[in-house]
Ligand binder design. Structure first.
Ligand code: IPE
Ligand code: IPE
Ligand code: MG
Length: 265
């Protein structure tokens, strides 16, 4: 009896989600302003096809292009894409080299498209450890897209949530030391204003494809109240439809922020 009831609830939930997948319908519901994505599963996608891991990274670029286009269409203002973590330097040198070359190529090749589509690119993370060739083209792409307004894409590259928070602490400590800031003045707004995402709303939705259910040091401060969406789909298989499914799922969530939903007791 109980099992039947649970099955029925699950089925209803699935139907509700799938039937909401249509783009026009989704546009009627609440659209997150900022979506964060951990683009994971590239290596496994490639392995499944008997290809080198690098082929997965290459294929992952196309997924990001599709998702950015779809996000702009439904009115999402910000996407933060995790492309390389502060821990990913531990990978074999050949994979790291491939990824750095890929970032450089994508920034160079996609610049015109970013401008045509009104995409403003912000690269967030440590800059000093990147090869000069990547650093230069990263600066260029940020400068040349800075006036675009349709959608902002934060590319998290050599990014770590803990590293970001350490930078904030150092900055605040030195301002306190120089008597520019009082300890009593340190609050959430003060910290948020020092993050790479200052002036941006916190992500309301975090999507992680690839099957792992962890944060892997991504946006630790900013996602305090984000809705988390995990899917088995590998990032290179992630399509606009998978993305819309995540948005539809978000639209079914009840966000309470520690309070109670209106009318509940
Ligand atoms: C994510 O895919 C891309 C980067 C971390 C650069 P992975 O390379 O982690 O793919 P899996 O998780 O090994 O399948
Ligand atoms: C997180 O994926 C980083 C990126 C997607 C860029 P990882 O594959 O590095 O994370 P873990 O090792 O599974 O936690
Ligand atoms: Mg991975």
């Amino acid at each position: 009896m109980l099992k039947k009831l649970i099955d029925k609830l699950v089925t209803n939930q699935e139907v509700a989600t799938t039937s909401k997948r249509n783009l026009e319908e989704i546009k009627q519901g609440p659209i997150p302003e900022h979506v964060a994505i951990i683009m994971d599963g590239n290596g496994r996608w490639a392995k499944q096809r008997g290809l080198p891991r690098t082929a997965g990274h290459q294929a992952g670029v196309d997924s990001l292009k599709k998702i950015v286009e779809c996000a702009a269409k439904i009115g999402i203002g910000y996407i933060t894409a995790y492309t390389f973590s502060t821990e990913n330097w531990k990978r074999p040198q050949s994979e790291v080299d491939f990824l750095m070359k890929l970032f450089q190529q994508v920034f160079e090749k996609e610049l015109d498209r970013f401008n045509q589509q009104g995409v403003k690119v912000k690269i967030i993370g440590y800059k000093d450890r990147l090869p000069d060739s990547v650093k230069q083209v990263a600066e260029q792409v940020m400068k040349k897209t800075e006036n675009n307004q349709k959608i902002i894409i934060n590319i998290a590259l050599d990014y770590g949530g803990r590293a970001e928070i350490i930078e904030v602490i150092k900055n605040i400590a030195s301002r306190v030391k120089d008597e520019q800031l009082k300890i009593e003045e340190i609050d959430e707004a003060e910290i948020a204003a020092q993050l790479y995402t200052a002036d941006q709303p916190d992500p309301e939705l975090l999507i992680r494809p690839g099957g792992e259910e962890r944060l892997s040091n991504f946006l630790l401060w900013q996602i305090a109240y984000a809705e988390l969406y995990f899917t088995q789909t590998y990032w290179p298989d992630f399509t606009a439809e998978t993305f819309l499914q995540a948005i539809a799922d978000f639209q079914n969530r009840e966000r309470r922020f520690g309070g109670l939903k209106e009318g509940r007791c």
